[in-house]
Design a protein around this ligand. Structure first.
Ligand SMILES: *Cc1c(COP(=O)(O)O)cnc(C)c1O
Length: 351
């Protein structure tokens, strides 16, 4: 038997670390359920309908994770050998175990962007000409917000530009919306407006929305019909999933506007650590709940700082030997980020 795992008091490792609280758990316990695979789970159906409305799409599909949303979308859209244009730091390239090669059997054409974003010109240059020996450019994939880009929000006009490019070239556009709702809260632009710029997209329920499990993929009726086949094939079809979907409905009704607090806390954290000698962070670039900063010019490496923070019950994520990522969410309050910044300043200054 595993022993009890000590949870950090202030967990800035990721917005996946939040745990469901009483009101959400109550909603889950009260959920009406049925066999999801047979289309009989009314709560899951209600969640899908809610997400369709939110994103302005015809149909939606409840899935266990955002990774499965991406993988299914890639598999439905691409034929083996097709090429997907994406930014080099994107989740589909770095954190999905090479899934695009295994499931869609597609290639990914990486673009070196800025903070996880790339321009229409860069995408245009990545397009393959119609030639027998070249792969077929099939998809442009973007991340809203760009995770390794420090949670930057893609401007709507850039998305429209990319969308027009896909239309001109008979391609599709897919959005990894793991943190789309953060982008909505930060920009004031509706999820529907972002949704209109892409063919398919999904939102994660287990990041800033604070649910224990789940993501919802959306697109046309035709796309979702094919996505259902993949869901079934991968073993992602569920039974009384209403228990999980109820958390999603609760989160969409209660946890959206409060994300502004997470964004304010991330900015406060960035501002506080920017005063520490040797730490470099671009405070003005913090738009949502992610802060990526460099400790290269301190006496300590990122792993050393992370390890020392942990002894104070504070956890951050490491990107590499020099860079650290801190992510705010509903289980970290203002006092928590203040304490994290203060503790880091003491560690770095060795006092
Ligand atoms: C977390 C994340 C995913 C994967 O979501 P899971 O629900 O953890 O599988 C995909 N893309 C981005 C940008 C993410 O941050």
């Amino acid at each position: 038997m595993a022993g009890k795992i000590e949870q950090p008091r202030i967990d800035l490792f990721s917005d996946t670390k939040s745990r469901p609280r009483e009101a959400m758990l109550q909603a889950m316990m009260r959920a009406e359920t049925g066999d999801e695979q047979a289309g009989e789970d009314t709560t899951t159906l209600a969640l899908c309908e809610k997400v369709c409305e939110l994103l302005g799409k015809e149909a939606a599909l409840f899935l266990p994770s955002g990774t499965m949303c991406n993988q299914i979308a890639l598999a439905v859209h691409c034929r083996p050998g097709d090429e997907i244009i994406a930014e080099r730091t994107s989740h589909i390239i770095n954190f999905e175990t090479g899934g695009a090669a295994v499931l869609a059997r597609a290639m990914i054409h990486p673009i070196d962007g800025e903070r996880g974003q790339f321009t229409v010109d860069q995408a245009r240059r990545a397009l393959r000409p119609e030639m027998r020996h070249m792969p077929n450019s099939r998809m442009i994939a973007v991340e809203q917000t760009a995770n390794m880009g420090g949670g930057g929000v893609w401007p709507l006009e850039m998305l429209h530009g990319l969308s027009a490019l896909t239309l001109e070239n008979g391609m599709v556009m897919h959005m990894d919306g793991a943190r789309l709702i953060n982008a909505v809260v930060a920009s004031g632009i509706s999820a529907k407006d972002y949704g209109a710029a892409v063919d398919t997209l999904w939102i994660d329920l287990s990041k800033g929305l604070g649910c224990p499990v789940g993501a919802v993929l959306a697109g046309s009726e035709e796309f979702i019909a094919e996505a259902w086949k993949w869901k079934q094939r991968l073993g992602g079809a569920m039974r009384q999933s209403g228990i999980l979907a109820a958390a999603g409905i609760y989160a969409l009704e209660n946890n959206v506007l409060r994300m502004a607090e997470d964004h304010a806390n991330a900015k406060l954290f960035a501002k506080s650590i920017s005063n520490i000698s040797g730490v470099s962070v671009d405070v003005s670039s913090v738009e949502t709940n992610i802060v990526i900063f460099s400790v290269e010019n301190t006496e300590l490496s990122a792993p050393q700082i992370a390890e020392q923070l942990l002894t104070y019950g504070i956890r951050v994520g490491m990107i590499n030997a020099d860079q650290i990522r801190a992510v705010t969410h509903l289980d970290v309050d203002r006092a928590g980020v203040e304490e994290a910044a203060y503790t880091m300043s003491r560690i770095v200054q060795n006092i």
